[in-house]
Design a protein around this ligand. Sequence first.
Ligand code: AMP
Ligand code: MN
Ligand code: MN
Length: 315
Amino acid sequence: MFKEAKEIVEKSNKIYIVAHINPDGDAIGSTFAVYFALKKMNKDVHVVMPSYSTVFEFLPGVQTSINSIEDEEYDLLIALDSSDVTRLAISEDEYKRAKKVIMLDHHQISAPYGDFRYINDNKSSASEIAYLFIKYLGAKIDKDIATLLYTGIMTDTGSFNYSNANADTFRAVAELLECGAEAVSVCKKLNDTMKESKLKLIAKTVDNMEVYFDGKLRFSYVSYKEISELGINDEDSEGMTNYLRAVEGTEVAVYVRGKSDGSLKVSMRSGGRIDTSKIAIAFGGGGHPRASGYTMKEDIETEKEKLIRAVGEMI
Ligand code: AMP
Ligand code: MN
Ligand code: MN
């Protein structure tokens, strides 16, 4: 399955690894796991990750990431967890300087790019694919790699609660635990610890909540001004949508946050019946049926109305 990709890796020395912008646990877990595996294979390898939430700083390797690719040419780019070349955390120019590109992804809707592509939406996460890839390369899964892969699978499956966590996923996780994955401390740090400012952001999100269609749609917009007043940066201002979705009767939850660059980031979650990725795609974004997103193009009031109408048509 990864035969051609393995050949490309074997022929390459200077390798960069990249995931999507605004990296989540899966983007971070999969990239640094592959990073450590390639280091074991004596490759000259770096992860390019210009920004990430401080909550992930404890993970092995994260602090070694670099902001950009300086080389005029390099052998290989490995792109993980990004369905679309435009969402990668590097510029078009940095992308073009790669002699070869390997794309590993698990999104349902994707715009394939690169020389070798493995896209499988039956896999829970890019980290589950990275686990298979690393084994195929023949690199040993040590404690750090296991912890990273575990983190990616845990975060993308909602701590093994979502339907994307299947029997293969649990078998992979069992092996990662045998390899020494620090499951308890990952859970403690990511699921059971938050800054006080985050708790205040939850309060703000609830305060700003608007309810439509008899509670089937819950919408909350938190402006950049409100977010910055709480002392929260862009990376730490996400993760609010699930609180809205968890309210009984909710079919679609939408959290919109203002970002420091002036843009408005939409984050949608579905209770299961409605495929929110259809809405996200219609507005220029993407994602999965139960978790999707896009960036608003006009002002919040205009965009909100369009979104409520689109959701209404599906409810
Ligand atoms: P988020 O709500 O930011 O966690 O995003 C949920 C999912 O939606 C992500 O895993 C992506 O697959 C997808 N997504 C979010 N924003 C965008 C976007 N601007 N373009 C394409 N896909 C997106
Ligand atoms: Mn991701
Ligand atoms: Mn993912």
